[in-house]
Write a protein that binds this ligand. Structure first.
Ligand code: SF4
Length: 365
């Protein structure tokens, strides 16, 4: 457990708890020997990233609140005792589906002890009715504007059970009003990569994907604001590997080129997620290479083109299928590795899909 606190005495205190990482709960799958080595490696990386959502919320916290940031991965009763001993006014969790059951248990435990608990993140944003059973208050969607209102309501004893930027457009957030995440709350020496967010959501709307549905519609930050965030990181940290917490970074190719020019000014390696269209833009690929992009993650989704039919409204992904191998080769030719993501279990998949996927991955390197 890592806990960092601002030691000045404030009127109120909030403990922000990050519940990241991945767990396999299904006993049948475990008994079958589920290992998913690549996935486990990726989940370790995710678990070792700080919660950018909570660091962002921390920067939107009013001055009269003290903020404590804690990551609970593998934890013991003594870690829980330490949180209890802080006697915070509010305990707020950020959690994904993979650890929501643990989050619900912990939230209930703290509530029984008389603490006010809040849960936010993708899972409760998708299923607020479920989450409301386990916390005093939920945040659905973007938290930046909600957070200050929620804390003021708490101060006035008017906390509501649900604050939603999805149903209440007054809480929808203008991305350029973002404050620089409070990276200074971290014990920064223990991280080997830090995250920034340059875009949020994705306009492609693939039917299975939470981007643009659960948190916000597609939006991008100004290059000036991204520069300030990078400068803040570089003031604090000397291991420059940046992971972009974006859904699909290079949707807007003009803006993307400005972003890559900015990245080239920093001595850093970096990673992001995007779609295959980067391979069609030579100038963008050149800038990607110049800016020391180490890897991009692309959702190819399947090696079976039928599975892509109807995935997005314009069938864009289906139309790209025949370009997949050439596009991957082209990106790799710029020295950038491609982390391909696939879904197994489309309605059109058969047992052969497993072998076909393996063949595609090997053929595309
Ligand atoms: S392209 Fe990627 S991020 Fe965008 S909607 Fe599809 S799966 Fe989600």
């Amino acid at each position: 457990m890592a806990a960092i606190t601002n030691l000045t005495m404030k009127e109120y205190q909030v403990v922000l708890i990050s519940m990241s990482g991945v767990r396999v709960y299904n006993k049948k799958l475990l008994n079958l020997g589920l290992t998913l080595p690549g996935f486990v490696d990726r989940s370790r990386v995710i678990a070792s990233l700080p919660s950018l959502g909570l660091l962002t919320i921390a920067s939107h916290t009013p001055e009269n609140w003290e903020v404590v940031y804690i990551e609970l991965d593998d934890y013991t009763e003594s870690d829980i005792e330490k949180i209890i001993n802080l006697r915070p006014d509010i305990i707020a969790f950020s959690s994904l589906t993979a650890r929501i059951n643990e989050t619900y248990l912990l939230s209930n435990k703290f509530r029984k002890l008389g603490f006010t608990t809040i849960i936010g993140g993708l899972h409760v944003s998708a299923l607020p009715e479920e989450g409301m059973e386990f916390a005093d208050c939920l945040i659905q969607g973007e938290g930046e504007i909600i957070w200050e209102k929620l804390l003021r309501d708490f101060e006035n004893k008017q906390l509501k059970p649900l604050y939603s930027s999805i149903t209440n457009h007054n809480f929808a957030f203008h991305f350029n009003a973002s404050k620089i995440p409070k990276y200074e709350l971290l014990d920064i020496s223990k991280y080997n990569r830090l995250t920034i967010q340059t875009t949020r959501g994705c306009p492609l709307h693939c039917s299975f994907c939470a981007a643009s549905r659960t948190i916000s519609s597609y939006k991008k930050k100004s290059i000036e604001l991204i520069e300030k965030e990078l400068n803040k990181i570089f003031e604090l940290w000397n291991k420059p590997f940046i992971e972009l917490a974006d859904d699909n970074t290079f949707v807007d190719k003009v803006w993307s080129k400005d972003l890559l020019k900015l990245f080239s000014e920093y001595k850093m390696k970096w990673f992001t997620e995007t779609d295959i269209s980067v391979a069609y833009d030579d100038a963008l690929l050149e800038l990607l290479a110049k800016s020391n992009c180490a890897q991009i993650l692309i959702g190819f989704e399947t090696s079976n083109s039928e599975g892509l039919l109807g995935l997005d409204k314009a069938n864009w992904k289906h139309k790209q299928f025949d370009n997949y191998l050439k596009a991957i080769e082209k990106i790799q030719s710029y020295g950038i590795s491609v982390n391909g993501c696939f879904i197994l279990g489309f309605d059109t998949d058969t047992k052969d899909t497993f072998k076909e996927t393996e063949f595609f991955i090997k053929e595309s390197h």
